[in-house]
Write a protein that binds this ligand. Structure first.
Ligand code: PMP
Length: 361
């Protein structure tokens, strides 16, 4: 049998592991920050119709520029955005990969403040961009001074900021974004995958876009919209940034089916986003209940909660799995992350925590 190491693979990919959140068949899956609510019937029907209307024309390539979808996304975002300042791809992962292909690459540096989204370094690796893991401060926070000092030191071509941050859950002070923009020599990408779940008073980086052509805000329909299986991510930026990513995107990267399904989902956004308030309630409930049980918990503006466990988190993760609840070990010693889903899922999660605490595991 041929092993991977036997192939003439790039040296920098040797010995690496692919992104791999376990996809296990357990009763309560709270490990990938999906929206636990299934797509409502009326939206299933609308997406079905929209996709069916494309089928006869599948002999033709789709709209390469996805103009109608980008117009719909711009209308959803508001902030005076138009089609020219919005770009879409198969998930925000692909958006970020395109950004690194255009602005990173061999001889260039991308920097992120860890712990943050685990795909940022992997996308850097895949595009031959050198990755610099910069540090966060107390309680995973990031102050203006901490951010500015590290950006000044490493002079990265691309800075990743993640707000609300995955896996810690907390949104960034917009002053950090402005300060990083002032000192960064290159592009500043703010990953706002969880923006719709932010607590009131949180400011989106979309408000900072005017006059900042090196700022890019990435978003996704995978979380609040409950459209993870549809694979639709997008960015908002100066139209020149959209011109840049068009140099590296594959032609016809967004299928006609994806474009039609995403447009139908956006047209029914009230029904889809109707779950957000309920998920935020469960998020706040998890934070309160875990703190009541004496656990350390990070503040969350997202649809997940990072909480501290006693001892080795791999054992705590397994204990939860043994109780039928799949949470996420993000590789942060002493911490686990749980997605906020339905009330019943929170019940099951808390029951598992209680049983494990009682058993003294
Ligand atoms: N950014 C962050 C911070 C995420 O947590 C995720 C999904 N886990 C993504 C981006 C990617 O989402 P998608 O490719 O589904 O849009």
């Amino acid at each position: 049998m041929t092993r991977l190491e036997d192939l003439p693979i790039r040296d920098d990919l040797r010995g690496r592991s692919p992104y791999g959140a376990p996809q296990l068949d357990v009763p309560v899956r709270l490990n990938t920050n999906e929206n636990s609510y299934p797509v409502p019937d009326e939206v299933v029907e609308a997406i079905g119709k929209a996709v069916a209307a494309e089928l006869r024309d599948l002999n033709r390539y789709p709209d390469r520029d996805a103009l109608a979808l980008r117009a719909d996304l711009a209308a959803y975002l508001g902030h005076g955005l138009t089609t020219e300042g919005v770009w879409a791809a198969n998930g925000s992962n692909e958006i970020q990969q395109q950004l690194l292909q255009a602005f990173g690459g061999p001889g260039r540096v991308a920097l992120g403040f860890v712990p943050a989204y685990s795909m940022h370094p992997l996308l850097a690796l895949g595009t031959g961009t050198r990755w610099v893991p910069a540090h966060r401060g107390v309680d995973f926070g990031l102050t203006v001074d901490e951010a500015v000092a590290q950006v000044r030191e490493h002079r990265p071509d691309v800075v990743f900021l993640c707000s609300p941050n995955n896996p810690t859950g907390t949104a960034l002070d917009p002053a950090v974004i402005s300060a990083v923009l002032d000192v960064a020599p290159g592009m500043v990408v703010v990953d706002e995958a969880y923006a719709e779940f932010a607590r009131p008073g949180t400011v989106s980086a979309l408000a900072v876009l005017p006059g900042h052509p090196r700022l890019v805000v990435t978003r996704t329909m995978s979380k609040a919209f409950g459209f993870a299986g549809g694979r639709l991510g997008y960015l908002a930026a100066d139209p020149a940034v959209v011109d840049a990513v068009q140099l590296v995107r594959l032609p016809y990267h967004l299928s006609a089916l994806t474009q039609a399904a995403a447009r139908a989902a956006l047209a029914h956004r009230d029904a889809l986003l109707g779950t957000v308030a309920a998920i935020m309630q469960q998020r706040d409930r998890i934070v309160t209940e875990l703190r009541r049980r004496g656990l350390r918990v990070a503040d969350s503006d997202a649809n997940f909660v990072l909480y501290a466990v006693d001892g080795d988190q791999t054992l705590a993760w397994q204990a939860m799995l043994d109780h039928g609840v799949l949470v996420r070990d993000v590789g942060l010693p002493g911490w686990l992350r749980v997605t906020a889903g339905t009330p019943a899922e929170t019940d099951a999660f808390l029951a598992a925590i209680d049983q494990i605490q009682r058993a003294g595991l």
